[in-house]
Every structure is written in structure tokens, then in C-alpha cells.
Ligand binder design. Sequence first.
Ligand SMILES: [Zn+2]
Length: 219
Amino acid sequence: MFYEKLNNIYRNTDCSKLFPETLVHNLELFVKNSLNAGYSFINPYRFAFEFNLSTRDSLKFFMYFTDTDGIFNISLFIECSTPACVSQQIFINNQLLQEEGVDHILFCQECDKDYEIEEIFPYIKTYFTLNPDADKLLHKENNDPNSTYETFKGLPDNLKPLSPSSLASIDGGAPTLEEVIESNVNAAGEPISSEVARIEATISPTSKLTQLIKGRGLK
Ligand SMILES: [Zn+2]
């Protein structure tokens, strides 16, 4: 079921022109292994490392699965620049930002420092998580009593092998939103993930879409 969903996305987009079908199997395995190991973040850097892709290609491949009918949600965050708050992640509610009249200001709850989103754009990082529908699909598929996925899910956090933050440090951290946006281009030069395109249009100070809307062209 889960593989069919991945393969449908692969076959119904130009993903099949850019990447071999074996990568779809690899992605299924990678997502299941990540969850089995207790990670809630699916790291495209680690996917690149395991399957010999450039990070750009790995991100591009992830873009095809990061949309309304995809399997990934993308979370945005920054790390507070106050030295005492160095590991403090401030998450950005990008749904909220897309509403009119909402201030594009972030606050660090630890030190009260505020940040203007457009100004800190290059420092915004991303996490990929499984969306609720994909998660349900995997759960349905997991009636196998030998599956370790359910076993790990039931464990308290401190008994899981590694926390997401230690995963991030092992794998060279989380991709920046700029890297993600750069990779979100298909063979025809169009955005792959409309969700990422929406985020770009909402918060990127040099948004190509915004420029296009304003008639300034793409380049
Ligand atoms: Zn802070």
C-alpha cells in the first residue's frame, strides 16, 4: 500500500524521467528504517549518503513526495542566535504566515529575542516528517507481528536509539529552506512541490513567483 502510493507519485510526475525506479524502493525502505529506528524526521542528507546521490538530487527526489497528495510534511525552523539558546529551535507556522495581516515575526521563547522572517531567510532550516495520511497507511500495513516499527513507537523517548537532534548532528544537520527551494524544479523548469512553492512565495524575499506575479520575469 505504502509502496503503491510512492510508485503512483513516481509514475504520475516527471520524477520517472529524472530518477530510476529503484530509488522508489529505496525511499520506502529508508522511511520504514528511519521510523523503525525511532526517528520522526526523515533526513534527505542521510538518504543522499545511503544511496549515493548528490544532496541536491536527494532533495529534488524528496520534493516529488512533499505535497498535498505526497507523504512528507515540511517543517521550518531557525535556531536562536543568542549563545545561551544555541540549541533552541524556533518553529515557523507557515500555514499561519499565508494568512493576510499576520506579522512575519518570530520570538524565541527562551530569551524573548524577535526575528523578522524575511531578514533571517537564509538561516531557515527544514525537517521532513511523514504526513498523517502516510503514517496511517504505514500503520495499516504493519500488521506483521515481527515488525519493529510498532515496537519502537511504543517505547518511551529515552529508550529510543537516538533523538532527532542527535540524528541531525550525525548527518550534517538539516537542509536550509534555500537549498530546498533550489531543488524544487522539475525537468521543465517548473516547481515540483506546490507546497514548497507556496512557502517560497510567502516568505522568500527574492521569491521567483512573487517576481513573476509582479511581471519581473523568472531570471
Ligand atoms: Zn533565544
